[in-house]
Design a protein around this ligand. Sequence first.
Ligand code: SAM
Length: 321
Amino acid sequence: MLIDSYDRVVDYLRVSVTERCNFRCQYCMPEKPFSWVPKENLLSFEELFEFMKVAIDEGVKKIRITGGEPLLREDLDKFIGMIYNYEPSIDLAMTTNAYLLKSTAQRLKDAGLKRINVSIDTLKPEIAQQIAQKDVLQNVLDGVGEAQAVGLKVKVNMVPMKGVNADEILDVLEYCKERNMSIRFIEYMENQYASKDISGMKSDELLELIGAKYNFTDDGFDGSSPSHYYTMDDGYRFGIIEPYEDDFCKQCNRIRLTAEGNLIPCLYFDEAMSIAESIKKGDIAGASAVLKEVIRTKPEKNRWGGEDGESSNRAFYETGG
Ligand code: SAM
């Protein structure tokens, strides 16, 4: 079992398989980066899998594939299959923008994928075009429909932004509610790569807006999820992620691996250690030692909003959010 210096059991690994994305979302990657990580620096699926086996053997029980946009990486279903066949009990999930999901959902499900998280920030094609800088909405909704049809569980993420999609909070919530998909509103996180004029909505504003139409009770946090949950009178549950709070750090059970092999103990700090060299040499003991050191040095909590206001310079498309 992997236990950090604050007695938290770390059993959740998020793996970003590429930093590339086919969207240019205003809050994440509005412009193509000056340069991508050179292809030769990316770990192959076999190399990523070698490390994942170490992590699974040490106690990781949940793995999320993310990016960039993970569906841009060829043969993702084969990678999913490798993980599933090694340990079928792994809670195997993926975060995607769903643009390419319609034609891939069945293969991913057959390979062993259980759940997906999808970003739906709007139901208006012109607003989707404005956010992603591409005409994406129909593909996204078709992809989500197909995922549900093949039996993947779907959770929706929405980043509410004033003057952009703030008037659609209830529409997106009701869209998800009608289709039996849970929704989590993610407060916009400031970062140096995002467009400068974004103004995110805070949880109290969201709750006021939803509360004007629906009654709900506050359920607090649930397990290790960073989401604060609320239940409506009819039993539908929605969540809000407030990254500027550190409440969820107490239950944090996650570490992150980038496509280059950097193992990151906390999304909000720059610190990382590479497993690339050990894995490329076939040095499994070395990779295991790096994993244990990353667990040992996992920070107690993020310091966003704190006095020194420290936060990571890493892009969300590198770590997968
Ligand atoms: N391409 C996939 C997708 O669109 O979901 C996976 C990668 S994306 C970086 C993962 C998540 O990060 C998405 O739910 C997205 O909304 C969220 N995200 C990215 N930048 C963000 C920001 N500045 N503030 C809040 N959430 C952000």
